[in-house]
Design a protein. Structure first.
Length: 263
């Protein structure tokens, strides 16, 4: 199949207007995912808000609607492979072909490696690795069939590069897998104009971070700038990676950590 690689807009292109685009965000009911869904909608995309908690889904959809955006709720257990396909179907039925996927859903391990039972190993790897793989391939399959370009953004972590030994070895391993998944799928799908990138946040305020602080204390006192990130500080990175501004960027893992971790 021949692909026309010519752009449909003048270069350089630095805009973040997502009008006419359709996005699916997993784990969109809290933390970074909630912020991502709202940021995409504010930029003009129609957004599928996916998560396990239906009351929270309704809240996010209502927030987006109240701000003048468009959203549809998609109840989703990412461990259910059939539900992943159904989620894409649901967003397509509401708004059309999904051209932006944000693989945000994830869980921590919060235990020493030798104390983690098999059930948690399976649940964490199923949530953090298997589900993003299945969703990415499902969305890409449909984009390729339609001959349309798209953008996939996977949520990694600064823990994929640096591990401090404080009980998140499996989580860090899963995020390292996300980095390699991003790189390999970017190569495989470049010919189809599907860009695959990842964001590796440092310590940002979120429900997951709240749980970590309860266990080991506030890490920000050890950071050079003595602060946690605000989820809003990831807006610009996300919008760059899903807009024409990043057309030549694929297979990249963007660290956003405020200099919190050693290089």
């Amino acid at each position: 199949m021949m692909i026309n690689m010519k752009t449909d807009y003048p270069l350089p292109h630095v805009g973040h207007d997502l009008t006419g685009r359709v996005a699916l965000v997993t784990g969109a009911t809290s933390g970074l995912g909630r912020r991502f869904a709202r940021a995409l909608a504010a930029a003009g995309a129609a957004v599928g808000v996916a998560g396990r908690r239906e009351d929270r889904i309704a809240e996010v959809v209502a927030e987006i609607d109240a701000a003048g955006g468009r959203a549809v709720g998609v109840p989703l257990d990412v461990l259910d492979a059939d539900a992943l396909v159904a989620a894409v179907d649901g967003v397509e039925q509401a708004f059309g072909l999904v051209t932006i996927l944000v693989n945000n859903a994830g869980i921590p391990d919060a235990q020493r490696a030798h104390k983690i039972d098999v059930e948690l190993v399976d649940r964490l790897l199923g949530t953090n690795v298997r589900a993003p793989w299945l969703l990415a391939t499902e969305v890409a399959r449909r984009l390729i069939a339609a001959g349309e370009p798209g953008h996939i953004v996977n949520l990694s972590s600064i823990g994929s590069f640096h591990y401090d030994g404080k009980g998140a070895a499996l989580y860090s391993t899963s995020k390292a897998a996300i980095n390699r998944m991003t790189e390999t799928l970017a190569v495989e799908w470049a010919r189809y104009r599907i860009n695959v990138n990842a964001i590796a946040p440092g310590a940002f305020s979120s429900e997951m971070m709240d749980g970590m602080i309860e266990r080991i204390g506030d890490p920000s006192e050890h950071f050079p700038r003595k602060r946690l990130g605000d989820p809003a500080q990831l807006d610009s990175t996300l919008l760059f990676l899903v807009s024409p501004a990043s057309e030549f960027v694929t297979g990249t893992v963007v660290r956003v950590d405020d200099g919190q971790t050693p290089r």
